[in-house]
Design a protein around this ligand. Structure first.
Ligand code: ZN
Length: 322
């Protein structure tokens, strides 16, 4: 009888341990991704929510500061978009209705560079969520101008490898897309106090570019905010998930797709980013981007990295990566 009781206890005990382990494993193995358009993402696991370049306002802005490659999709606004039109000299305004509806939590926000399609909604989102923001000196100078507290800001230049409570983060020096048929170059940076809020759209300067290598509990994610990278900075990282920049400007680069897939060790999961037309609201047609950017990229992945799976993200529709 005593034996039986002991055995039962052991079985019960081990059952609970196993169930817990299974649950823990389930939670840890899954990352949930949500695409905001442009280079904007929400990535979360059971313990943390990280936003990347969240730009949700998608202003109707028909101008660009650089001469685009003739093969590029022109900055195209839509005639059936009845929102206000903006010029580059207008003050930036966040669409707070759209942001409130689609963002409810953020622990950290990572910023690749300071152009408006990456940074301009972050002052509002950082205040709303209390998230900590990581970015360049220019990014931080702009956020300080908007009144974000010093304690919530981390200034980085690339090369840092930080341990946080639920993830670690390697910051990678990077370079901006080769816009304007490779003539794009902007070395301007802001230091604290150089700029006053609110900024005009054109005052969101690049201010140097970064990439991020995020180590979650069970996944390593490499993020891109441009169609460019410093190859030697990616050597040996081996992400299992790659957010790959696949806008038209990548065709300016020497064997962009091949070099990117090879240096990242042919990631198991590849998710195209910065491929949509972010000058139209959510719900508008994005088939041109899928046809001209994503489909050719998928063909290349099949050829160069046949074991990789490419996920085509839809705006605001969360999906799991196990
Ligand atoms: Zn940019």
């Amino acid at each position: 009888m005593i034996k039986k009781i002991v055995l039962l206890q052991v079985l019960t005990f081990s059952f609970f341990i196993t169930a817990d382990e299974i649950n823990a494993q389930k939670n840890n193995e899954t990352l949930i991704f949500k695409y905001f358009g442009a280079a904007g993402w929400e990535i979360s696991d059971s313990s943390i929510t990280i936003l990347i370049d969240p730009y949700l306002s998608r202003l109707k802005l028909g101008e660009t500061s650089i001469k685009l490659n003739p093969n590029s999709a022109k900055p195209s606004t839509s005639s059936v978009d009845n929102r206000r039109s903006y010029k580059r000299t207008d003050l930036f305004e966040s669409d707070t209705t759209v942001i409130n509806k689609n963002i409810n939590k953020a622990d950290f926000i990572l910023v690749h560079h300071s152009h408006f399609d990456h940074l301009s909604d972050i002052p509002y989102i950082a205040k709303m969520t209390g998230a900590k923001v990581i970015g360049t000196e220019t990014t931080v100078s702009i956020l300080k101008a908007y009144g974000i507290e010093d304690d919530n800001l981390y200034t980085v230049r690339g090369g840092e490898d930080y341990q946080f409570e639920n993830f670690s983060l390697r910051v990678l020096p990077s370079i901006h897309s080769a816009l304007g048929e490779k003539h794009y170059f902007n070395s301007e940076v802001y230091k604290e106090g150089d700029i006053q809020a609110p900024l005009m759209i054109k005052q969101f300067i690049e201010g140097t570019s970064l990439m991020y290598f995020i180590r979650f509990k069970s996944h390593k994610v490499l993020t891109m905010g441009s169609m460019n990278f410093v190859e030697r900075e990616l050597e040996g990282l081996k992400p299992d998930i790659l957010l790959a920049g696949v806008n038209m400007s990548r065709f300016n680069m020497y064997k962009y797709d091949e070099r990117l897939l090879k240096v990242t060790n042919f990631p198991k999961t590849i998710i195209p980013t910065h491929w949509d037309n972010f000058r139209v609201p959510y719900g508008f047609d994005q088939s041109i981007g899928i046809e001209t950017k994503i489909k050719p990229f998928i063909e290349k992945v099949k050829e160069v990295s046949p074991k990789s799976r490419v996920i085509i993200p839809e705006h605001l529709k969360p999906f799991r990566v196990n």
